[in-house]
Write a protein that binds this ligand. Structure first.
Ligand SMILES: Cc1ncc(COP(=O)(O)O)c(C=O)c1O
Length: 394
């Protein structure tokens, strides 16, 4: 199949500005609040607080820095065991390593691709001393949060919910980013709404939010001079970028609707192929931040991946994620492999990994692919992407 490459690259997921963002950024300039204090920060924090119904919202320089404070607030110290979902971006788990904690990775289930509650229970049998669990809502799809929370409560463990990719999603009518004692959101440039770079720590505990706010601005004590009794960080969000987020928040639902539209169109367009879209739980409302597919096992062609390279041999009626990625790249379309699980990363190869029977996370990485999900992608562009995917199976 010969398709002309797109002149303008079709992206995986990029920022979409509306104009309100510039208004608030200008307001910061005009009022000289060009610092880590100001109305944009207040309004963004209030907006997320109202959206999630959580008392404490702390605007931070990134989702990763918010995750770092979540881990610090959970009191993770050297050699403390922390259970974390393996199938994720390394930013989810690295803060544990910053604090010299010991990560034990937990496998995913097939229903949402997130942490498997049964594997979590098994992990507690092996490491009953674990006091912190980090779960993720991958690609905007809620994990089995109620079950995971119940297991954490049973074992007196603190739950940290990484909702970096799922702002606006819910399960059983409850928003993601509200199940953990500490929760994180990301406003990275590719997220559902952005501040260019930024994030938020979300907690219902106002005292903890206050501590995080203090740490984020170098942990100054209340004294006339620079007095420090705790270790500080420069992790606060700037009032300039908060203006972008304040404007974006007005368009969150519109972004979610467009992501949903993209997911539904893939689902429809790929019908009849030996593939499935990334799954979600019946009682959940995902935001479909990224639409992904997984190829049926018996429709996978011969393929191989080392740590740095890949190869495959095309077979009629079969394909693999790397072939689809190559074919879409040829027409100037961006895709991405599924997150490579943490237990397969050289950085974490010696850490324990708890699974039931098969390694589900590794299998999703092997057979899955993230499709272009940019909300500026037109239906016509998406139709061509779908056609090219179809052609990979010829
Ligand atoms: C699952 C997950 N956790 C954490 C992060 C970190 O967020 P940030 O890039 O804002 O530091 C990201 C995204 O970048 C993410 O996708």
């Amino acid at each position: 199949m010969k398709v002309k490459p797109f002149e303008k690259r079709v992206l995986l997921s990029s920022a979409t500005m509306h104009g309100d963002e510039q208004k608030y950024v200008k307001e910061a300039f005009d009022t000289n609040w060009v610092t880590t204090v100001g109305e944009n920060i207040n309004q963004l924090e209030n907006g997320i607080r109202d959206l999630l119904g959580m008392q404490g919202t702390v605007a931070m320089a990134s989702g990763t820095s918010a995750g770092h404070f979540a881990v610090k607030l959970a009191d993770v110290k050297q050699d403390d065991i922390v259970f974390a979902q393996s199938l994720t971006f390394d930013a989810t788990v690295n803060p544990v390593t910053y604090e010299k904690g010991k990560l034990i990775f937990i496998d995913s289930e097939r229903d949402s691709w997130n942490m498997d509650p049964k594997a979590l229970e098994k992990a507690f049998e092996k490491y009953p001393e674990c006091k912190t669990v980090i779960t993720v809502n991958l690609y905007g799809v809620p994990s089995k949060l109620d079950e995971i929370k119940t297991i954490c409560d049973k074992h007196n463990a603190v739950l940290i919910e990484d909702a970096a990719e799922s702002l606006g999603a819910s399960i059983n009518g409850k928003m993601t980013g509200t199940f953990g004692k500490y929760n994180i959101v990301s406003f990275n440039g590719n997220k559902i709404i952005t501040t260019s770079g930024g994030g938020m720590l979300v907690t219902d505990n106002l005292e903890d939010a206050k501590r995080a706010r203090k740490w984020a601005t170098q942990a100054r004590d209340n004294a006339p001079w620079y007095q420090h009794s705790e270790l500080g960080y420069n992790y606060r969000m700037s009032n300039i970028v908060a203006g972008i987020g304040r404007g974006q928040l007005l368009h969150l639902q519109e972004h979610i609707d467009k992501k949903k539209h993209i997911y539904q169109r893939y689902k429809e367009g790929l019908k009849g192929l030996p593939v499935k879209m990334n799954p979600y739980l019946e009682n959940s409302e995902p935001i479909f931040w990224l639409s992904c597919l997984i190829i049926d096992k018996d429709a996978m062609c011969k393929h191989n991946r080392t740590d740095y390279e890949y190869s495959y041999v095309h077979e009629t009626g079969k394909t693999c994620p790397d072939e689809i990625r190559d074919k879409l790249e040829e027409i100037n379309v961006e895709t991405r492999p599924i997150w490579k699980p943490m237990h397969l990363q050289p950085l974490y190869k010696d850490n324990d990994f708890i699974k039931l029977d098969e390694d589900v996370a590794a299998d999703i990485f092997d057979r899955g692919i993230c499709l272009p999900s940019d909300i500026k992608m037109t239906d016509e562009e998406q139709d061509i992407v779908i056609e090219v995917i179809r052609s990979c199976f010829e």
